[in-house]
Design a protein around this ligand. Sequence first.
Ligand code: SF4
Ligand code: SF4
Length: 203
Amino acid sequence: MKYPKLRELREAITSLFSAPYTTKFPKIPSPAAPGYRGKAEFDEKECVVCGACAEVCPPGAIEKIEESAPGGKRRLVLDYGRCIFCGQCEANCLTEKGIKLTTRYDLAVLSRTEAQTSIEDELIFCQHCGESITTKKHLAWVRDRLGPLVFSNPNLFLSSLSEMELIEEKLPRAEDIPLERADNLRILCPRCRRELTLKEEWG
Ligand code: SF4
Ligand code: SF4
């Protein structure tokens, strides 16, 4: 019994004068290993709130919440409590830069509601039935890529004219009012656009 006690005493005295063995976490977090998949974060500038990441997220950690017209927004809420850090959101991001897995691993919070991040943007609605189409940022992203080809798609050129305040935004009408030729110059969801095209072609 005598010798082990002496050894512990020697270790205790030595440790008083030596550098600490532990890191200074959380004050100074240790750097993550290369390629570490940590907390995923949206990029306000690059994310167009299209919702593609929510579609591919295996555990459904990204929830898509949509308000109704007019002035409604789409909100994507990422719950770190459900995230499995698989990287599918980053790999399938429409803009390739809208969401990134960082090397941050410290996700300790006092309440589950704090373990979330979100991003939102204003929605564009069908001016016939009132269904949401997509976000303003998403349409602008498509327009920027298409250049002059936007004139082949009424939704794209009408939304750009409305953003430039060259035309007034039209409110959705009652769905039971039948679509007519003049509605070609309304922003329509794919279902209403198809219905109008078929009516024009086949009567
Ligand atoms: S731009 Fe990328 S991160 Fe943003 S909603 Fe679309 S897929 Fe998700
Ligand atoms: S890393 Fe995987 S689980 Fe986490 S939000 Fe992205 S897709 Fe979903």
